[in-house]
Design a protein around this ligand. Structure first.
Ligand code: GEK
Length: 248
C-alpha cells in the first residue's frame, strides 16, 4: 500500500476500557488519524479545501508558510497545492514523534510538495520567520490555556504586514442550553459516521483534561489583544469553526 492510501478504521475506543487514559497523539492514533478526524470533525474536509483557497490568496512570494500542529500534513499538502504558483517554503511543525515520522513519509510521496519541511518541535518554543500565513488547524485547543495568549502574541509579531493567521477550533458556547444542544448534534454526527455511544463516551473522557475549549468571543479577544485589527469566522459547522485574523 502506498503512503498516500495508508489509513485504518478508528476503533480505539470500540471496546469497554478498564481505565480511559488521557488522549495522546501516539502511534495507535497516528495509524487511524485520517479516519478519526474526518469522522469526528464536522466540516474537516471543507476547512482543508478552504485553507488551500485562502493560501492561494494570502501566501506571498519569498515568504514562509507554517502549519503548526501539522499531524499528517493535510493542511501542509493543501497549501502546497493551493499556493503552487507562489514561490514559498512550507514548514509543518508537530511535537508528536510518531506523527512527524508518518507525515514526512506522506509528504515525500507528493511531487508537488518539494518545498515542504516537517519539523519535530513544540510550537510554544518554535520561531516562525518571515511568515505570510500561519495555520493552527485544531491545534490551539491542545495548548495549555495560560500559554495561548503569549503564543498568539508571538505569531502576530512573526507575521509580515498583510499576513494572515488561520485558527480552527472546537468551540464552547456561553449559554449552557445552546452548548448542550450543539454537543448532542455533534454526537449525532459521530453516530451517523459509525461511532457507537461507548466510543463517543470513552473518547470524550479521554479528551476531558487535554482539549480545553474557548468561546468564539474569547478567540476574538485574544486576536485583538495580540494586535490583530481584524478577526472573522470564515467557516462554522456545529461547534467546529475556523477564524482568520489579518495583520495590517
Ligand atoms: C490537521 N492540523 O489534520 N507543539 C506541536 N504540536 C502540538 C502541540 C505542541 N505544543 N500540542 C499538540 N500538538 C491537523 C490536525 S491535531 C487535532 C491537528 C486533532 C499537535 C498534536 O501532536 C497533533 O498532531 C495536533 O497538534 C493536533 O489539519 O487531532 O483534533
Amino acid at each position: 500500500m502506498s503512503e498516500k492510501d495508508k489509513t485504518k478504521t478508528d476503533n480505539i475506543y470500540a471496546n469497554q476500557l478498564d481505565k480511559v487514559e488521557s488522549f495522546s497523539f501516539n502511534q495507535r492514533v497516528v495509524d487511524v488519524f485520517p479516519d478519526m478526524i474526518t469522522r469526528s470533525v464536522p466540516g474537516y474536509n471543507e476547512i482543508i479545501n478552504g485553507i488551500a483557497e485562502l493560501s492561494s490568496m494570502f501566501a506571498k512570494s519569498d515568504t514562509n508558510v507554517y502549519d503548526l500542529g501539522c499531524s499528517l500534513g493535510a493542511v501542509t499538502l493543501a497549501i502546497a497545492k493551493g499556493a503552487s504558483e507562489t514561490p514559498i517554503n512550507i514548514i509543518g511543525v508537530d511535537n508528536s514523534n510518531a506523527m512527524v515520522k508518518r507525515c514526512r513519509d506522506k509528504v515525500s510521496a507528493y511531487s508537488y510538495a518539494r518545498n515542504v519541511e516537517i519539523v519535530e518541535g513544540d510550537i510554544n518554543h518554535f520561531e516562525c520567520k518571515n511568515a505570510s500565513l500561519i495555520v493552527l488547524n485544531f491545534t490551539l485547543q491542545f495548548i495549555e490555556p495560560e500559554k495561548r495568549q503569549s503564543l498568539i502574541n508571538r505569531l502576530y509579531q512573526e507575521l509580515v504586514p498583510g499576513g494572515v493567521l488561520i485558527v480552527s477550533e472546537k468551540l464552547k458556547h456561553e449559554d449552557d442550553r445552546v452548548n448542550d444542544a450543539i454537543i448532542k448534534m455533534h454526537h449525532n454526527f459521530k453516530r451517523k459516521n459509525g461511532y457507537s455511544d461507548l466510543e463517543i463516551a470513552q473518547k470524550r473522557t479521554s479528551l476531558e483534561k487535554v482539549m480545553l475549549l474557548d468561546t468564539q468571543q474569547m478567540h476574538h479577544q485574544r486576536f485583538h489583544r495580540a494586535g490583530f485589527s481584524s478577526s472573522s469566522l470564515w467557516f462554522q459547522q456545529l461547534n467546529f469553526a475556523s477564524f482568520m485574523a489579518i495583520k495590517d
